[in-house]
Design a protein around this ligand. Structure first.
Ligand code: IMP
Ligand code: MG
Length: 197
């Protein structure tokens, strides 16, 4: 199904030295419907319960994982679990001068993770740099186990060696939006995952 979605953006008008707000229209072709996502979230929650994590702290990586986190936490509740929740805001960028990506912590978690099992959540695992950084950080702080759950995984795109323990969908190598994922800060609100046409 193809959806017509309106989003706000702003363009810089140099001559007047101001941003001009605009409405732009995107055609988004659905890859995974809200129902398909919902079924995968329930299945992942069951797998997580079966992993028998102890003193569980869920750490959701902002911004992209917010919708997955909200759905997964309620699914974990339905599985009879009662995890604590924290958010970490990471920013990753490629430095043109070296062939490595850099990750910085924009907002850290507040809880002590020492001796606890941690479940890291993100929207998508691509190069793996963001989640490898977060996993190393939490392990270095003394977490017992750090497991990874991602809504999407793009196979064969890894720049570092890391695999997710729980995956919603293995998706084709396309730029996807919706269900928390954005294109230039737009379209995070879509309840489905799609590709901008
Ligand atoms: P990586 O695994 O460190 O390369 O980075 C993954 C992050 O890049 C995700 O958390 C997303 O924020 C972003 N990202 C990667 N692929 C896509 C995409 O197809 N659509 C939207 N964001 C993406
Ligand atoms: Mg992200």
């Amino acid at each position: 199904m193809v959806w017509q979605v309106f989003a706000k953006t702003a363009i810089w008008i140099a001559s007047s030295g101001a941003f001009l707000p605009m409405n732009i229209s995107h055609k988004v072709k659905s890859l995974y419907s809200a129902d398909q996502i919902g079924s995968r979230v329930e299945a992942i929650a069951e797998d997580i319960r079966n992993a028998e994590l102890r003193d569980l702290l869920v750490v959701a990586v902002l911004k992209g994982s917010f919708m997955f986190a909200a759905d997964l936490l309620r699914a974990l509740h339905r599985q009879g679990m009662n995890p604590q929740v924290e958010f970490v805001h990471l920013s990753s960028y490629l430095d043109g001068t070296v062939s490595q990506g850099h990750v910085t912590v924009l907002k850290d978690i507040e809880s002590d993770v020492k001796g606890r099992d941690v479940l890291l959540l993100d929207d998508i695992l691509e190069s793996g740099r963001t989640l490898a950084f977060a996993k190393d950080l939490l392990s270095a702080r003394g977490a017992s186990r750090v497991l990874l759950a991602v809504m999407l995984e793009k196979p064969n795109k890894r720049a570092v060696q890391i695999e997710a323990d729980f995956v919603g969908f293995r998706c084709p190598d396309l730029f996807v939006v919706g269900y928390g994922m954005d294109v230039a800060h737009n379209l995070r609100e879509l309840p489905f995952i799609g590709v901008v046409e």
